[in-house]
Design a protein around this ligand. Sequence first.
Ligand SMILES: [Fe+2]
Length: 377
Amino acid sequence: MTISATEIVPDAETGGLRLAGKPIHPLWLRERVTEPESYDHHNHQRLYEHSELKEDLAIKTVALGSNSQSLKIEFSDGYKAVFDLNALAKELGMTDNPESIPLPKSWDSGLKFKRFSWNDLEDPAEMKALLKAYFENAFCIMDDTPIDRDSLKAHAKRFGFLRETNFGEIFNVETKPNPSDLAYTDVALASHTDNPYREPVPGIQYLHCLRNEVAGGLSTLVDGMAVAEAIGDENPDWLDILETIPVRFRYEGPSGVYESVGPLISRDHRGYISHIRFSSRVDFVPALDPSVLDLFYSARRRMHKLSNDLAFQIQFPFKPGTLLMMNNYRLFHGRTAFDGALGYRHLQGCYIDHDGPQALYRALAVGRTETYLPRET
Ligand SMILES: [Fe+2]
């Protein structure tokens, strides 16, 4: 409990309150009413439209509940409500909120990370640890997963709903000796992010190894947040133009023509780097003034260079049963070359949205023990 009686002060000027020195608008407080006639405790939704509240609503009286854990308020329209002070303190950031998603931490090639065993994830604490690692690093690696063909669907559904794309619910990255199709190639893949031409861009990518008989073909990951920070340190104008110029990404295929427009680097409402769009074969910058494009091309070249720089990169091999989960909005990924004539290499991939692992983390954080996301019925 962080808000004491002396820290609850009516604010005559605004008609609101001060809680531990923080000014609180009367409507802000009113919208947090949880009285049963105003709030459905089953679906956690309000039972009224907020525009029905009086615009000039004020707080008439304030009293601390007898247990000092609650706040009794009477509003100027005569409505009375009791608030949970702990819940208010949590939302106001005055106490820790266990549901808060762990913050991202930028990393480079020196990153030490734990690999998780699929068999341990029935333990809610282990699943929560995996999710924490995922939110901080934007990836996690699981070993010992079942390797039946298409079992990836069930693995990914543990974390969220499958996001089907123009490549289907699941796509195959398969290399055979004497390939009959150029799709089955063994060339290196430079750092990129997937499907920047989709709207919205798929959030989380899974890659699941079913079979691997070749040396090389290491998976590569680079933290886009670290690259963006390095570019900004080197030349703030570069970072600024990469965050500013809207670039069109386009894909033409049998399923249609897909386009999406956005800067190569975006931030979220808190200022964290939240979306890297980088796919150097499908991006089209507008025909801006050549002096502007001079700066843009320099910055993009630097982004390409750093995203393929070993100082920022981690590499790891795929073995059967390895499952990689990565944030396609934050990480660049790629692959080193290998000799496809040496044998089979078969990965399967799919996508889910960002909110699945977040929902699972919040459930585990408040003591729910299901390590699978339940489905609504
Ligand atoms: Fe990719």
